[in-house]
Design a protein. Structure first.
Ligand code: GLY
Length: 341
């Protein structure tokens, strides 16, 4: 599956099915089909969705099974109603649920990282939608309970008192207490990694939609307010809001795309017209900036967007096109179209 385009290259670099990003390419094809109703795109979307079945049926390597299956099979079922897709989604939800630790109250995001007894990352909020969906569509109530508990524990531990957020939480497996917050992909343990904050905005909005809990809605709004308060006038965030190299630091277009989707989800959940307009306009401003010549790849390469940053501390994917930026950009455009309609 396509993942990124290296500087100076013209083609997508591809990865295997077990890579955390493997669901985004089929998801992009489903979004393209949703917009165009072009049957040839549907055929491609089906072709690239099918092989991911192996992920649902493997034991869970980590929480990313949610991204891998919900973006591919989730969109496939939503757009076709084909029951064979539903079977795979339900299996994937049960697989993800095996990573839940009831003592801590969260899903173990990265079991392979053995240096920590139990870790949970803010990104994991995005994978609760798979569990909520499954519990409403033939899966067990336990999947809903796990998702709600995970969101609550994340809110109490990874969301800081000022509504910035830690990337990774480390927890004690004996009594479940939160040991500390650290970073993996951000600048520092106490800095604000832009994409992490964006995952939080979107993830807590979905958890409110599914549970009607006011504290999840409040958390999503406050995370969004911090994100918008730290966004430069330029409209797309630096990869980490606290990188001392700003304004020379790289941008992360993917964080803007994810935050825009989260804010457009918020718009559908809020009652207050002033709040609705605030988050809708903020999302539109980001989408407009991303749709300008500064960010669109056009004929430079086959991606939609330039300027995303995947893992700066490791020196990987810095200021390049990345597949999930394109996926959430398309999602944001479709969300906006539906809101306008
Ligand atoms: N979920 C991994 C990332 O945002 O890079």
């Amino acid at each position: 599956m396509p993942r990124n385009i290296a500087p100076g290259e013209k083609e997508w670099k591809t990865v295997g099915l077990h890579d955390w990003t493997s669901g985004f390419w089929p998801g992009i094809l489903w979004y393209a089909y949703e917009y165009s109703k072009d049957e040839s795109l549907k055929k491609e979307a089906k072709k690239f969705t099918k092989p991911l079945e192996v992920i649902a049926n493997s034991s869970a390597d980590d929480h990313d099974i949610g991204f891998q299956i919900y973006c591919s099979y989730g969109n496939a079922y939503r757009l076709t109603g084909d029951e064979s897709y539903k079977t795979v989604i339900l299996k994937a939800a049960d697989t993800l649920a095996t990573l839940f630790n009831p003592i801590v109250g969260t899903i173990h995001s990265w079991p392979r990282k053995k240096e920590f007894p139990h870790n949970t990352i803010i990104d994991n909020m995005m994978n609760l939608e798979l569990l909520y969906w499954a519990s409403k569509n033939g899966g067990s109530q336990r999947l809903y309970d796990i998702a709600e508990q995970h969101a609550e524990t994340t809110m109490k531990t990874l969301v800081r008192p000022d509504f910035s957020s830690y990337h990774v939480g480390i927890y004690d497996t004996l009594d479940g207490h939160f040991i500390k917050g650290i970073t993996h992909q951000g600048y520092a343990d106490d800095s604000q990694w832009a994409r992490g904050q964006a995952w939080g905005i979107y993830g807590f909005a979905v958890s409110h939609r599914e549970t009607s809990r006011a504290d999840f809605l409040e958390t999503s709004k406050k995370l969004a307010d911090v994100f918008l308060g730290r966004l430069s006038a330029e409209g797309v965030p630096y990869w980490d809001f606290d990188d001392p190299d700003i304004p020379q630091a790289p941008k992360d277009a993917s964080a803007a795309c994810i935050a825009a989707c989260g804010m457009l989800e918020l718009v559908t959940l809020l009652d207050d017209p002033k709040e609705k307009i605030k988050y809708k306009n903020a999302a539109i401003e980001m989408i407009q900036k991303l749709s300008s010549d500064d960010y669109l790849s056009r004929d430079q390469n086959p991606a939609l967007l330039l300027h995303s940053t995947g893992h700066k501390p490791k020196g990987k994917e810095i200021d390049v096109p990345i597949i999930y930026a394109d996926y959430y950009f398309m999602e944001a455009l479709l969300r906006l179209k539906k809101l306008e309609e």
